[in-house]
Design a protein around this ligand. Sequence first.
Ligand code: NAD
Length: 322
Amino acid sequence: RPNSTSFIGLGRMGSEMAYNLFSKQLAQKPESRFVVCDALPQSALSFCQTFTATFPGANIEIVDTPEEATLASKMLITMLPSSSHVQAVYGTGIIPTLRNLPADLAKQTLCIDSTTLDVTVSRQITLEVIATGASMVDAPVSGGVTGAKAATLAFLVGGTEPSFQAVHPVLSLMGQRIVHCGPQGAGLAAKICNNLILGVQQIVVAEAMILGQKLGLDPAVLTSVVGSSTGSCWSMTVNNPVQSALPDKSPPCERDYEGGFASVLMEKDMGLATSLATQTETALPLGDAARKLYSLMIEQQPDLARKDFSSIYRFLLSSEKT
Ligand code: NAD
């Protein structure tokens, strides 16, 4: 079982993360081997084409299944949409394969799951991985596609101290801030709380931008004032949904809200927060309202579902007209 790295899930985030990881591993060890796997063969193929265009001699292979990815490498990284995908990849692929490996080989395996998913599901999967002798951490990320591309992501890690120490050098090749949040599931808990704030903020920024413009404010003036005032936040100063709000076009407007963090994924994260709130008997009045608004947007305007979640601005504008 060669000393290679397998990356499963080459979507918007995974493709950027794998690119940084592989290129830096290659610089450290030119003999490095890489394995990629995605349910959409085209995603794995286009990643390989991009990577080998820059690194023509790279030893990179596409495999069709998580089983093959597990057999190929001691280091497994998954970056999937959500709970059901992680359950499928680990439950029917990685875990049974680890169980069938000789104990010493299973023990050498390190799994890093960077998906944002349900904490309970993640903890259960981690227990099953650990029972095979392998190690696993949850390491969801903050920083979006821009951070993934620039290798400036924050990794929020849940796991034992030895596992954290083992994954730190790998995560450092894809991110800037690697935080040990606590035991298994703690990284996800931190990530879900962060996205609860973000999901609400992006809506209220859209509301303020609409109200401000109706009151005759120039979007650029409003953005600049809020950006240096107590209402400042990333949704205002970076992910601003209004075309003329920032000196350079804001990231979502520049690409007509394509790419970025899909509305469906934000709706999923708000759902993760509200379901954890139910389990822990926590009141989330704003989180509940925000989740309902994202769900309504996806239901009423499916064309916005895969666009960046800042397209909630468009939805609010169009809802006013109807
Ligand atoms: P994405 O949908 O672009 O990518 C997911 C990839 O997983 C796709 O290529 C898909 O084909 C693949 N996949 C699905 N099921 C699979 C399976 N069974 N086997 C192999 N591959 C499979 O999603 P994304 O935007 O890259 O987000 C990934 C995760 O990161 C999500 O949990 C999301 O919440 C989180 N996240 C995203 C952002 C962002 O800005 N996009 C930021 C922070 C965190």
